[in-house]
Design a protein around this ligand. Structure first.
Ligand SMILES: [Zn+2]
Length: 282
């Protein structure tokens, strides 16, 4: 598998990255399935707690969609992914990275934003703007699988840890001391979008993490019984949507659409065989 061909090199690079923190706190973990080593300087529980507070604020400050049909579709896809992720780790005798997640789903009424995210701990938001790109359940499952993969692989902890290590950690330190969250409590000037950015949710992750989320997302969608070939079509529709314009910020530092489609094409046939639907989910 192409992804695995790089694993030794990835492991090596991860090891070097992790060793850099040896003098501070020797704290590393391993991303499930890809086995990439990552730096983990913050306890997950603390990060999740901050994320839950932020999610509550998002729910209060944004306009939630009253499209109940789509929301229940999102919840249904989410439930299937939740169950198959846990079932997969159980069946392979590995610790379930989502055991402490408190899954929750919202649909935000904003046609302009073609995005979705999953905060640490399983708090998910889909913007109505992305629905015309995802088009169907398989498409929605592909996007949700990708976002959930960021949370399963604990990419937010990794990013915060790295920025702390690189001594550009004022933002990270602010988040983890609760400062950034408490400021959003002010009666005026509450800026949920800005807050999400500070928290690193609407900022793109690094290429390594994005590629890993694509890969894991395909696996989770496939385990859940969705047609993962739809992911290629999403990226084609995304390319079409932004033809001749600046792509949205999160997309511009994602790997380019063409490169992304190329990786998906390589992974999909193997994943369909290696990660078939894990069980009959009602
Ligand atoms: Zn992503």
């Amino acid at each position: 598998m192409n992804y695995n061909n790089n694993i030794n090199r990835r492991k090596f690079l991860g090891f070097v990255g992790c060793c850099a923190c040896g003098l501070m706190i020797p704290s590393c973990s391993t991303v499930p399935i890809t086995e990439r080593r990552q730096l983990t300087l913050f306890p997950e529980s603390y990060l999740n707690n901050q994320a839950y507070q932020l999610y509550e604020k998002v729910k209060k400050k944004t306009k939630l969609s009253d499209d109940k049909k789509t929301l229940s579709e999102i919840k249904e896809i989410g439930r299937r992914i939740e169950e198959s992720v846990s079932a997969y780790f159980d069946s392979t005798n590995q610790p379930d990275p989502t055991y402490n997640f408190q899954w929750e789903y919202i649909l935000i009424d904003n046609e302009k934003i073609k995005n979705a995210w999953c905060l640490p701990g399983g708090k998910i938001a889909v913007y109505t703007g992305i629905l015309k790109i995802t088009k169907n359940k398989d498409g929605l499952a592909a996007v949700m699988g990708h976002e959930i993969a960021h949370a399963v692989a604990k990419h937010s902890i990794e990013r915060a840890s790295r920025s702390l290590l690189l001594n550009v950690g004022t933002t990270a330190a602010d988040i983890f001391s609760g400062g950034a969250i408490s400021r959003t409590s002010r009666a005026t000037g509450v800026d949920v979008a800005g807050m999400l950015k500070t928290f690193g949710i609407e900022n793109p992750f690094g290429r390594k993490q994005e590629s890993e989320a694509d890969y894991l997302g395909l696996i989770f969608s496939s385990l859940s019984g969705y047609d993962i070939r739809e992911s290629i079509k999403i990226w084609e529709r995304m390319k079409e949507e932004y033809k001749g314009q600046e792509p949205p910020e999160w997309m511009s530092t994602h790997p380019s659409s063409s490169k992304r489609i190329l990786s998906l094409r390589k992974w999909i046939p193997e994943i369909i065989i290696e990660y078939p639907p894990i069980k009959k989910i009602s």
